[in-house]
Design a protein around this ligand. Structure first.
Ligand SMILES: Cc1ncc(C[n+]2csc(CCOP(=O)(O)OP(=O)(O)O)c2C)c(N)n1
Length: 293
């Protein structure tokens, strides 16, 4: 199958992407309030990048999650499940009402993703630092098979403090895997502090370039710039590409923005209502939208 025969099932225009990103942020807050546990800041900050991926870039068929000709995406930062699950639900891999069973015993959406339980999840993750190696192997194998798929590793900046991540980066550069694209949620935040205070990774782009990668830096909330970076990654030959997406944890919620305290906690019902008001809805309205779909 030629690349031209494959494609994203939505290919939303800019207005469509903006609207979907807003809906996805409403999903995230609502499912976290309902679950009473989970990670808020990373998923909110990564929502614009993930929306571009799922509603413009990736080739997949929601009704056939294991479609052999699909692109593959690996959420190495497993803890950001609210954004992962919202995208899969909004894309049609399962009903949106499943989001209201996030982290519940009778649901299929575990706190960290399980490829045995959830359609559209390519790999179980949560132990950080493994996803890029898995993506590397998949990209290498796909090239050996002559498969036109692209492979995306979705990684955090904190994971770049782990040696295993850099082994995969070195191997992918050496093998010139231009079917591999890493996207980093570069929010400078990790579990209980700022990345640069804990163990600095700057100069980030230069490090990747010295490992023979094409490195693109982008504002992770600028939808046209994200799409352009994805286009550049596809066009780059002879090297893997990393997109360093500068994001703001908790974006755009006024009381969450850039605060590492929001890495791993859910909003209380009161905080959820405030956040949803900033997103133009209410818990009652959005939870009933999810439950009715
Ligand atoms: C190998 C490993 N060590 C520790 C943890 C515990 N842990 C969960 S999230 C996290 C850090 C999160 O930082 P980052 O990955 O940058 O994510 P963000 O805060 O931006 O969501 C840690 C240390 C883990 N999941 N895996």
């Amino acid at each position: 199958m030629e690349q031209s025969d494959r494609g994203n099932p939505y290919r939303y225009d800019m207005a469509g992407l903006q609207h979907k990103a807003l809906e996805i942020r409403r999903d995230i807050i609502t499912m976290l309030v309902e679950a009473k546990s989970g990670h808020t800041g990373g998923p909110m900050g990564f929502a614009d990048v993930a929306t571009c991926l799922f509603f413009h870039e990736l080739a997949y068929k929601p009704a056939e999650p294991k479609w052999p000709d699909r692109d593959m995406w690996f959420f190495s930062m497993g803890h950001v499940t609210p954004i992962h699950y919202s995208c899969l639900g909004e894309a049609g891999f399962y009903p949106l009402r499943d989001l209201m069973k996030f982290r519940k015993f009778d649901g299929q959406l575990q706190g960290h993703p399980s490829c045995l339980d959830t359609p559209g999840v390519e790999v179980s993750s949560g132990s950080l630092g493994q996803g890029l190696s898995i993506a590397f192997g998949t990209a290498y194998g796909s090239r050996m098979d002559g498969h036109p798929r692209r492979v995306y590793a979705l990684c955090s900046d904190g994971e770049h403090q782990e040696g295993s991540t850099w082994e995969a980066i070195m191997a992918a550069g050496h093998y010139k895997l231009d079917n591999l694209c890493t996207i980093v949620d570069y929010n400078n935040i990790q579990i209980d502090g700022y990345v640069e205070d804990t163990m600095g990774i700057a100069p980030f782009a230069e490090k990747y370039r010295s490992f023979r990668w094409n490195a693109i830096e982008v504002d992770g909330h600028d939808l046209p710039a994200i799409l352009d970076a994805l286009r550049q990654a596809r066009a780059c030959k002879g090297k893997p590409t990393v997109i360093l997406a500068r994001t703001i944890m908790g974006y755009p919620i006024s009381f969450m923005r850039n605060l590492y305290e929001w890495h791993g906690k859910p909003p209380t019902p009161e905080q959820g209502e405030k956040a949803l008001a900033e997103l133009g809805t209410t818990y009652a309205e959005w939870s009933s939208r999810l439950l009715s779909n």
